[in-house]
Design a protein around this ligand. Structure first.
Ligand SMILES: [Fe+2]
Ligand SMILES: [Fe+2]
Length: 280
């Protein structure tokens, strides 16, 4: 079984407040990790409502350094093992909002509170669970990525967000991939997950694809759908930086795929079993 508890996502849901950010508790076959920490201390309150004791979580994966995924870090109880890419510490500014959206602490400050594992390479952090490390941009229609920040306040220095990563879980039905924002492209992320794990079959993807505007990103969206259909994907869990109009379009054009929408406080239990080595 894989369970996902959405602690923070952009959408409110019943008594759970949302914010532009992501934080998810993942349990993969009995091993638990936190993926991202949202934009503020909201994840503490929502975790409590979900009955999650954050002091008991040992591992935290940061998909990338943007503040909507890392601003919660200073509020996290001490003593975690934090896995992230070195470029996650970069200073960044949002092109859209024209404000600072980089990592909230220095590397030294973070290391005073946690055991920090910094890696460009992939890391198998639990049996069947892989931090993807740096994602090469190899798929032709995703060569330009979906970059939303610069490395300077004057908004001139393009940020290729090379820290944008994710997690792959190998299951007997195929890979289950979790993205943060998907800046380097969801298809690139899947291709990299295949390369790292050696598993070619893909069962599902969960997270943000950074597809916000159906009109402006129509070609990438259409080709992403074509890629996912060709890979015979079974389930998609979409939200964060995927807008409702884009999710509607995915639903319309992927009638054979189960599509779920993310929101704060939602929980998903997936009837999946771990991949045994010889099944690859
Ligand atoms: Fe994001
Ligand atoms: Fe981001």
């Amino acid at each position: 079984m894989i369970t996902l508890k959405i602690i923070v996502e952009n959408r409110d849901n019943c008594s759970f407040k949302g914010e532009s950010g992501l934080s998810v508790l993942v349990d993969a076959f009995g091993k638990t990790f936190l993926l991202d920490t949202g934009y503020s201390d909201l994840f503490l309150k929502n975790a409590q409502l979900l009955g999650i004791d954050l002091s008991k979580i040992e591992k935290v994966i940061l998909t990338h350094g943007h503040s909507d995924h890392t601003n919660g870090i200073p509020f996290l109880p001490d003593g975690k093992t934090i896995i992230m890419h070195p470029a996650g510490f970069k200073d960044r500014w949002s092109i859209r909002k024209k404000e600072y959206v980089g990592f909230p602490m220095t590397e030294d400050e973070l290391e005073k509170h946690h055991n920090v594992l910094i890696s460009r390479e992939s890391i198998k952090f639990y049996e069947n669970c892989y931090f993807l490390g740096e994602i090469p941009m190899v798929v032709d229609f995703e060569r330009n990525g979906n970059f939303s920040t610069t490395l300077d306040e004057q908004l001139t220095q393009k940020d290729y967000t090379e820290d944008d990563s994710g997690v792959a879980i190998t299951t007997s039905k195929g890979l289950f991939v979790i993205t943060g924002c998907g800046h380097r492209g969801v298809c690139n992320t899947i291709e990299h997950a295949k390369e790292i794990t050696g598993q070619q079959k893909i069962w599902g993807v969960f997270g943000g694809f950074h597809l916000r505007n159906l009109e402006k990103q129509k070609e990438v969206i259409d080709r992403t759908i074509e890629y996912l259909n060709k890979n015979k994907i079974k389930a998609l869990f979409l939200g964060h930086c995927v807008t409702d109009e884009v999710i509607d379009y995915f639903e319309k054009n992927m009638p054979n795929v189960e599509i779920f929408r993310l929101a704060s406080g939602k929980e998903f239990s997936l009837d999946l079993t771990p991949l045994m080595q010889r099944q690859k």
